[in-house]
Design a binder for this molecule. Structure first.
Ligand code: ASP
Length: 341
């Protein structure tokens, strides 16, 4: 029988109603799981349950919890066939993306899931998300960090939370679903990560964890009329990286002649400037228009079709490897875990 480890970090799935709205309740959720008939079925993998303390609304997640999740997987790696991470939906795509980089040489499923409605409430989507994630983790076909929600298995570093209240809350606009769960769970063999990709990602073979350190990363969403001058105080030598969410294929307004000198100065002083697009589909092509060629000349790197979530996770990971600035810039433009291209 396959064995799966459930790591419960918090999120709506296990929350209960309080006077201040839904909140996690320590020690409560595992008991609820014992009552779910499907989870005791002989057709299910066997499972163990680890509860984090404190349980978090995922708005409070940060790099420390990413390290905790990674360390827990590392500690239990040989004991289980797969892992299910129960996580709040709000920042699940960020955590899944970050973990996809941190778990080097991963060769087992790590499936993030959660729900929009708590398990204890009417019409909850928790049951299918949990049961199907456990089955996927036990099956061992998707041996990468992925996210299961609302009938779709997505690559973790391609996912975005696309709906604040829909039950199909996640989307993967630039990469096909790894599997669809209808009557059967149908995997898309061509979309799954190949063993060769996994080995390339391993940096010398076996599974190991890269712990991430705190990094100073900013995200600026460009909008018509943006006044770049107000961002100037942010661009100190302490700023490790900034992700620019630009228009279309990487374009920025050039009317105030302020942004480019600001970027040039930041890049000279060691800040990585990564250009992503506000469009959920398609890719950045620096230099396709005059309004983006200046960014390329200033030394900005292209995020191609990476999500902002993936760019942030990747930056944390690369800063934690102790690489120099040129190595980080190059790696940002390379496909490390199927996150771009
Ligand atoms: N605020 C919750 C969280 O992210 C939302 C959810 O889980 O759906 O923890």
């Amino acid at each position: 029988m396959k064995k799966v480890c459930i790591i419960y970090t918090g999120g709506t799935i296990g929350m209960v109603a309080t006077d201040n709205g839904f909140a996690p309740a320590p020690g409560y959720f595992e008991g609820q799981l014992q009552n779910i008939r499907d989870l005791g079925s002989p057709h299910m993998p066997s499972w163990d349950f680890i509860e984090f303390d404190p349980l978090l609304d995922s708005s409070n997640m940060n790099y420390r919890q990413w390290n905790l999740i990674a360390e827990t997987i590392e500690e239990k790696y040989d004991d289980y066939d797969g892992f299910v991470i129960l996580h709040g939906t709000d920042t699940m795509a960020y955590s899944a993306a970050a973990l996809s980089f941190m778990l080097e040489g991963l060769d087992k499923p790590v499936v993030f899931t959660g729900s929009q409605i708590p398990l204890c409430e009417l019409r909850s989507d928790a049951m299918d998300n949990l049961v199907t994630s456990l089955i996927i983790a036990g099956q061992g076909r998707a041996r990468e960090v992925c996210l299961y929600f609302g009938g779709q298995l997505l690559r973790g570093n391609r996912a975005i939370k696309a709906s604040a209240d829909g039950l199909i809350a996640f989307d993967s606009p630039n990469y096909p679903a790894l599997a669809k769960a209808g009557i059967d769970i149908e995997y898309n063999g061509q979309a799954l990560m190949e063993p060769a990709d996994r080995n390339a990602a391993a940096n010398g073979g076996n599974f190991h964890v890269v712990r991430v350190r705190d990094s100073r990363i900013g995200v600026i969403k460009i909008f018509p009329g943006i006044n770049f001058g107000i961002f100037e105080p942010l661009f100190t030598e302490d700023l490790d990286a900034v992700v620019l969410e630009t228009f279309g294929t990487g374009n920025i307004p050039d009317y105030d002649r302020c942004l480019i000198p600001l970027m040039e100065k930041a890049i000279r002083s060691g800040t990585i400037v990564c250009v992503c697009t506000q469009c959920s589909q398609g890719t950045v092509r620096l230099g396709a228009y005059e309004t983006s060629s200046t960014l390329a000349k200033a030394g900005a790197v292209s995020g191609y079709n990476m999500t902002t979530e993936a760019a942030i996770g990747k930056l944390y990971y690369l800063f934690s490897l102790g690489l120099d600035k040129d190595q980080i810039s190059r790696a940002m433009e390379e496909d490390l875990r199927g996150e771009l291209g």
